[in-house]
Design a protein around this ligand. Structure first.
Ligand SMILES: C[S@@+](CC[C@H](N)C(=O)[O-])C[C@H]1O[C@@H](n2cnc3c(N)ncnc32)[C@H](O)[C@@H]1O
Length: 186
């Protein structure tokens, strides 16, 4: 009896892991990027840059928020900010929303949507951790930001012809070597 229960439990756990892996690889192929989270060191570098901007209650958006770790980190460190995470991956969005609902903070929000359709007209700061090919496509939509907005990109910069990179911060990480800080060209 105990052995049968153990076998059933083992089969359920294995199936759960396989199903999760399948769902995540489906979104990886659909969107061209997985939901790997940014590191703690990179998050600290992003937050230090946000703080240095001196905005009192900024509206911050993470384009592709994955499981929501970066959004919750910034929101917790800056309670006056409103931090919104956008993602199209159902499991990543579900996990992010669940964690925010249970553990907070209240100024962290998540929306299941294509970030190319988000209204950026009231956004002060955008953060991204996306590959170059996706960033290049997103660059046009980012032009709808207010003109003094800031775009902070982990690992890959925005195309040079449309954006001024005012700072490049080395993170000391192998996978996210730099944070590229941009403003729109005047
Ligand atoms: C590397 S993860 C970013 C993780 C998160 N920003 C962090 O720092 O922990 C990139 C995310 O972008 C999402 N993504 C890719 N294309 C998207 C799109 N068009 N709209 C919304 N989310 C998208 C993926 O589902 C993935 O979860």
């Amino acid at each position: 009896m105990t052995e049968t229960l153990f076998t059933i439990l083992y089969a359920m756990v294995t199936l759960g892991i396989l199903a999760t892996a399948c769902i995540y690889s489906y979104y990886f192929h659909k969107l061209g990027v997985g939901s790997a989270p940014s590191s703690a060191r990179a998050r600290r570098a992003i937050f230090a840059e946000i703080q240095s901007l001196g905005m009192t209650a900024p509206a911050i958006v993470d384009m592709g928020s994955g499981a929501g770790g970066l959004v919750r980190f910034i929101a917790r460190a800056m309670p006056s900010a409103t931090v919104t995470g956008l993602d199209l991956s159902v499991p990543a969005h579900g996990l992010a929303s669940l964690r925010a609902r249970i553990f907070g903070p209240r100024n962290a929000r998540f929306q299941l949507m294509d970030f190319n359709n988000y209204d950026l007209s009231k956004t002060d700061i955008v953060v991204t951790y996306l590959p170059g090919a996706i960033l290049n496509k997103l660059s046009d939509h980012l032009k709808t930001l207010p003109k003094d907005a800031v775009v902070l990109c982990l690992s890959y910069p925005l195309p040079e012809n449309d954006w001024t990179m005012y700072r490049e911060i080395r993170t000391g990480n192998l996978f996210e070597p730099a944070l590229y800080c941009h403003r729109a060209k005047a």
